[in-house]
Design a protein around this ligand. Structure first.
Ligand code: ADP
Length: 439
């Protein structure tokens, strides 16, 4: 409203000035001179206000605008209003940034914001203490120049940095840090670093404990088994041995064999868990490996008489740890033999796919209920404990398979339908495929 009023006042004033100019022109009998003088005065007047405006905007320290008549007053007020609005916005934005920084300073983790070129944009107090970053000196520096661990550099360069890594702390080799990275804002990454020394220490202790106990149990069991075998053969030839004794010796023999298998599996599992063998060092002749497993499978299959077919691409070899992959493949094949009712059909497939090397074991057994599928790879998880015990299963087979596949950057897929059968498969990534066998 005020805006229209000031415009109409200005126009009326202009009209009046024009009328005066015309009257003066008529009076002095020189219209051109009178109007030129009039417009020159108007121009000078407006230039004077423009000058005041720029003085106020760029050179004056005064916040409030200078007073001016008519439309110029309106222009000053408009600029002043915009300035105030901007200042308020900046203030509330500053408050927000302050609150965010206070929040992240209170976090128990070290937080670093980096851009896509790995340059540090911001870090919190814990990052300065735990990672040894200096602020603001390290602002704009590449983080991989400051944290030099090869695993960290690999983690930073990989396109898939969603999985956390654990490496020793840059400032203290006795501490273990877990690094996580996630996309943040436009083209920024948030690096969250957490001290997991205690957890990894406990995990190490657990692994060592299982490995040591299994190892320590192995010797006495071998001795007991040896004596039981001797007793078994000698009592078999003796007359008058009560049947209960013969039965007890036989049962003790079976149970010690089971315990030995269990300990062997525990040892394999703890070896794979702490395996630091490099997967890209050796090429596995998968065809030869599967032929060997096929022979063992045929021997195991005598009782069950399944029809087992191997469809193997003989040219497809992969990088990996042979003992581990052999253990994974044989576990899947032997499980199919054990858990498929007699005279079933089992198919073993090894072939190249567009996205990697594919291995699968299909059977037409009883299948597994949906509710068990998620838990099958847990240690000692069995669908039917009694049945698994009869097959001599330790409940560790699929756990071993899971760890082997993790070590080879793959994962186990299980598809199963009750009454139809199951398929256990995995896909090794294309980088692991070796074109030709190295000599
Ligand atoms: P186990 O040593 O008892 O065989 P695993 O970890 O190898 O332990 O397998 C876990 C459970 O998964 C088994 O007890 C069995 O119930 C189920 N299972 C594994 N393979 C098959 C299969 N091919 N068909 C049906 N059930 C299976």
């Amino acid at each position: 409203m005020y805006y229209y009023q000031s415009w109409s006042k200005t126009l009326i004033r202009l009209f009046l000035v024009l009328c005066i100019g015309v009257v003066v022109g008529m009076y002095i009998d020189n219209m051109l001179l009178a109007l030129t003088c009039l417009f020159a005065t108007l121009l000078l007047y407006n230039y004077a206000h423009l000058y005041r405006l720029t003085q106020w905007l760029w050179h004056s320290r005064a916040m409030s605008p200078p007073s001016a008549p008519g439309i110029w007053h309106h222009i000053y007020e408009g600029v002043y209003y915009l300035q105030r609005r901007n200042r308020n916005k900046r203030k509330s934005l500053g408050e927000l940034v302050k609150r965010f920084r206070e929040g992240s300073e209170a976090l128990p983790d070290a937080v670093v914001v980096i851009d896509k070129q790995a340059r540090i944009l911001w870090c919190n107090r814990n990052a300065r203490i735990e990672l040894g970053l200096r602020w603001p000196d390290d602002n704009g520096r590449r983080i991989d120049n400051l944290i030099r661990h090869p695993k960290f550099i690999e983690f930073l360069e990989s396109n898939d940095a969603h999985y956390p890594i654990e490496i020793p702390a840059p400032t203290n080799p006795h501490k273990t840090f877990e690094y996580r990275m996630m996309e943040y804002g436009d083209d920024q990454l948030l690096l969250i670093v957490r001290d997991v020394s205690r957890v990894s220490h406990l995990e190490e202790m657990r692994k060592d404990f299982v490995a040591n106990v299994s190892h320590e149990l192995k010797t006495p069991l071998t001795v007991i088994n040896g004596y039981l075998e001797v007793l078994d053969t000698s009592t078999a030839n003796l007359e008058g041995v009560p049947p209960i004794v013969a039965k007890a010796i036989e049962e003790m023999g079976t149970q010690t064999t089971r315990m030995q298998a269990l300990i062997d599996d525990l040892l394999i599992l703890s070896r794979i868990e702490s395996s630091s063998e490099r997967i890209f060092e050796n090429v596995i002749d998968v065809d030869a490996m599967l032929k060997q497993i096929e022979l063992e499978a045929m021997a195991l299959n005598k009782e069950k008489s399944h029809k087992i077919t191997f469809k193997v691409d003989g040219e497809l070899n992969v990088f990996g740890v042979e003992t581990e992959l052999r253990s994974a493949c044989s576990n899947l094949i032997f499980n199919a033999i054990h858990y498929t009712p007699a005279n079933g059909r089992i198919e073993v497939i090894w072939k190249r796919k567009a996205n990697g090397a594919f291995f699968a074991v299909r059977d037409n057994g009883d299948g597994i209920e949906e509710k068990h599928l998620r838990r099958l790879t847990e240690r000692f998880y069995r669908v039917d404990k009694a049945r698994s015990r009869k097959t001599g299963g330790s409940g560790l087979g699929l756990s071993i398979v899971k760890h082997v596949l993790h070590h080879h950057n793959a994962s186990l897929e299980i598809e199963s339908k009750v009454g139809k059968g199951s398929e256990f498969s995995f896909l090794l990534p294309p980088e692991l495929i070796a074109q030709e066998l190295s000599d």
